[in-house]
Write a protein that binds this ligand. Structure first.
Ligand code: SF4
Length: 412
């Protein structure tokens, strides 16, 4: 098979991984001679480097053959898709060619599992090793690792990559048993734990002046949302654990998308995309706004309200804590006001040292006044209590979404 054909198959097969923001882009291409440019086929996606830069990556699978039979995956062994496999040398060549032409700044490499986890992982590592050691490749490398692979191989992957990841896929063993029977929750967490130790060792060595050390600086994971009846609480509780215990840089929430020839136990339609968005918002609140997961979702509210962003939904449930006075509130209290972001909270704290804050000051900071007014007291404003009536907020919303109606047949 021609390299170009392999690239078409293996770049397409990689697009379901959520770690690249362009993964879900509509397919447009100019291969018929009409127009310029393409969003499909070449396998180029965008991601973020640890320093926050947006970078373009060649995103491919080493192979889409796989021994496993994960129901949600188009590459599962029982799926009737066209298969292909790169050699390690071919991926190295493609990466260097694309890099030299300035198409990409790095490589995102994943793989189906062939022969064994170790056999596959050895080939993935071989690509990264050849790029780094033979070609002195200084671009970004993100490697997907396989939890069942030996710790030594995962360690080598971390040595050559900037970022490594292991996909958790689903938040509980019960969900894995049903949808990805060969995957094991405990094994995945053990692998994440080992990576965490290596990341911490590397961070310590950097602090003590080992500037030449090359080692991944973070690990990430992906979960699939909407392929089973797992609640938002299941996902967010798991994420909270991963951030706290495994030095996780990011948890990616990937909305399940129905695949061709789907397994019969999968839902027929995708979850509303807004669910993925709400999970990212909730995740953000946990990481940067000091929220505990239990404040966002709990037994009474196991799923996020799709109509409201999670901070607003929380604030409306905690109406008794508002309005708060911008002059006397603590930083933590300010961070919980809907409509105030971290940067504006810090600006407000600076400004209030020498002046009484008025609404026009907030407008100058580009704070959304309609959003923030019901929750705050300023020098010239005190909201009426009825402004915090939840029905008023719902009434302003254009679209009503329902959540989890997709699973009348669900096991849990
Ligand atoms: S192991 Fe990965 S590639 Fe193989 S079926 Fe499962 S999700 Fe798909």
């Amino acid at each position: 098979m021609e390299l170009q054909q392999k690239l078409a198959i293996l770049a397409d097969a990689a697009k379901y991984d959520a770690s690249c923001a362009s993964s879900g882009a509509n397919r447009r291409d100019s291969s018929n001679g009409k127009g310029v440019g393409s969003t499909g086929g070449a396998g180029i996606c965008h991601s973020y480097a640890p320093d926050g830069r947006c970078i373009s990556l060649l995103k491919v699978l080493l192979t889409n053959r796989c021994l496993y039979d994960c129901h949600y995956c188009i590459n599962r062994r029982s799926s009737n898709v066209r298969r292909a496999a790169f050699t390690a040398e071919e991926v190295v060549k493609l990466t260097l060619d694309f890099y030299k032409r300035n198409y990409i700044e790095g490589l995102f490499l994943s793989s189906g599992i062939i022969r064994s986890a170790d056999y596959t992982m050895e080939r993935v590592v071989e690509v990264a090793r050849t790029l780094r050691e033979v070609h002195d490749f200084r671009g970004y490398i993100h490697l997907k690792t396989i939890p069942e692979a030996s710790p030594e191989l995962i360690e080598q992957a971390a040595k050559y990559a900037d970022r490594i990841s292991i996909n958790l896929e689903l938040p509980t063993q019960q969900s894995l048993d049903r949808l990805a029977p060969e995957k094991n929750f405990v094994r995945t967490k053990q692998a994440m734990g080992r990576i965490r130790v290596k990341l911490e060792d590397a961070a310590d060595r950097r602090k003590t002046g080992d500037k030449k050390l090359r080692h991944a600086t973070g690990q990430s994971t992906q979960v699939i949302v909407g392929a089973d009846a797992s609640t938002d609480a299941d996902f967010l509780n798991r994420s909270e654990e991963l951030y706290a215990s495994y030095r996780m840089s990011r948890v990616y929430y990937s909305a399940f998308s129905p695949i061709t020839e789907p397994s019969s136990i999968l839902p027929l339609s995708a979850p509303p995309l807004i669910r993925e968005h709400r999970l990212y918002q909730a995740d953000w609140l946990m990481r940067f706004y000091g929220f505990q997961t239990s404040e966002i979702v709990n037994e009474k509210h196991p799923n996020l309200d799709l109509r409201l962003d999670p901070k607003l939904a929380w604030a409306l449930r905690q109406r008794h804590e508002f309005p708060i006075d911008l002059h006397t509130a603590t930083r933590d209290q300010l961070l919980r006001v809907p409509g105030l972001g971290v940067r504006n909270v810090d600006r407000i704290i600076r400004i209030r040292r020498h002046t009484r804050i008025r609404l026009e000051d907030l407008a100058r900071l580009r704070v959304s006044l309609p959003k923030v007014r019901p929750f705050i007291i300023t020098a010239d404003h005190r909201p009426r209590l009825e402004e915090l009536d939840i029905d008023r907020f719902y009434a302003r919303l254009p679209i009503q979404h329902e959540q989890l109606e997709l699973f009348p047949h669900a096991l849990r």
